[in-house]
Design a protein around this ligand. Structure first.
Ligand code: ARG
Ligand code: ZN
Ligand code: CA
Length: 353
């Protein structure tokens, strides 16, 4: 679908790939039927909100990238009443879990280890990433979700109190499936997820986190399905080979954090700016942001939302900064993720193996 592709045409890039115009893009492609996900708060010429996170000041490291997960979700929700039903159950359950946690009813079932199947679709030997690089990526996920990444020391004092620490989710490589292909580029149409379209079929997606590693996806580093897609044929995470693992990956996205970000979506995290100007990520301890941040911002970085000015948490994995500039989840994000892998959660199937 042309919507997610970034072409070489100036006009096309301007309208569809320029972050400043992503809200215009949303308008062009229609209004979401679910009012709570609507884009009504988006406003290109917003006079009252100020942002210091403009793209001009960022050294241009990644200004044309796009993470299409929410857009894809919108389309999928529009097209399926069943998905919409699962979506509202998911959020109702998440809210219930959050309340139970407050009441001290938290499940003391410890850490959930998620079995991972890595599906590698390669055309070149470079794209056929090594077992060592896969191990490296799993290790990054375990460090980032365990809160043992060395850069936690960089979390600003103001956010120390709300850092997640150990999310109590771990990852274990269960299998690697490799398949050669003649395809030079991939899009977000999920072709990589079905053998009938030149991809690799998911391995029991209700029980395994499937990660597809593909060649070039243009400006897109990766994308993910949210938990309402649990167990469906297209459920899982896609990452372009250049941004998977560390050794041999492309700077500034060579610290394995594209997977950290996409698995965050897979475990029900939204972008920290709520995909709208001062939007809502459904997490109370992440400050409201006017939009995504890029490059390597320095703290503090002030945004004003709802008349309140404060520094945003651009170092959160769910922002768009460079790999080296993101190093934390918040406690509220941890709660959302735990809700999903709890025995009552949408992804409880991951606990079976
Ligand atoms: N889906 C997002 C994108 O394609 C991933 C961003 C990940 N960020 C990172 N620093 N690796 O832009
Ligand atoms: Zn994203
Ligand atoms: Ca928030």
């Amino acid at each position: 679908m042309v919507k997610y592709l970034c072409s070489n045409s100036e006009f096309f890039n301007f309208i569809f790939c320029n972050r400043k115009y992503m809200y215009m893009k949303k308008l062009l492609f229609g209004v979401l039927m679910l009012s709570f996900l609507s884009c009504n708060s988006d406003n290109i010429n917003n006079q009252t909100e100020e942002s210091s996170n403009n793209t001009e000041s960022l050294g241009g490291s990644a200004f044309k990238r796009g993470c299409p997960s929410e857009d894809i979700r919108k389309t999928a929700l529009q097209n399926s009443a069943e998905l919409r039903q699962k979506y509202s159950e998911l959020e109702a359950n998440t809210e219930k879990f959050t309340n139970d946690l407050k009441l001290g009813k938290v499940l003391s079932d410890g850490t959930v280890e998620i079995p991972v199947v890595v599906n590698v679709l390669y055309r070149t030997s470079t794209e056929n990433i090594s077992a060592a690089r896969i191990a490296e990526q799993i290790a990054v996920l375990n460090a980032d979700y365990g809160g043992t990444n060395t850069d936690v020391s960089k979390i600003p004092t103001a956010f120390q109190g709300v850092k997640a620490g150990d999310v109590k989710v771990r990852f274990r490589l269960a299998n690697t499936v490799r398949k050669s292909t003649t395809k030079t580029s991939w899009s977000t149409n999920d072709a990589m997820k079905r053998s009938s379209s030149g991809g690799i079929d998911a391995t029991s997606p209700a029980n395994y986190l499937n990660i597809w590693v593909v060649g070039n996806m243009g400006q897109i580093l990766g994308y993910a399905t949210f938990p309402e897609s649990s167990g469906l044929w297209n459920d899982g995470v896609v990452i372009a080979a250049s941004y998977f693992g560390k050794t041999g990956a492309s700077a500034p996205f060579n610290q394995g954090r594209t997977a950290t970000h996409e698995v965050g979506h897979y475990l029900n995290l939204r972008h920290i700016w709520g995909d709208a100007n001062c939007g809502n990520d459904l997490v109370t301890d992440t400050p409201t942001q006017t939009g995504p941040n890029y490059g390597k911002p320095s703290y503090p970085l002030y945004n004003t939302c709802g008349g309140v000015q404060r520094s945003v948490m651009f170092m959160n994995y769910m922002d768009y900064v460079d790999d080296a500039a993101m190093f934390m989840f918040s406690a509220g994000q941890k709660t959302r993720m735990q809700s999903v892998v709890a025995s009552s959660g949408a992804r409880s199937g991951l606990r079976l193996y």
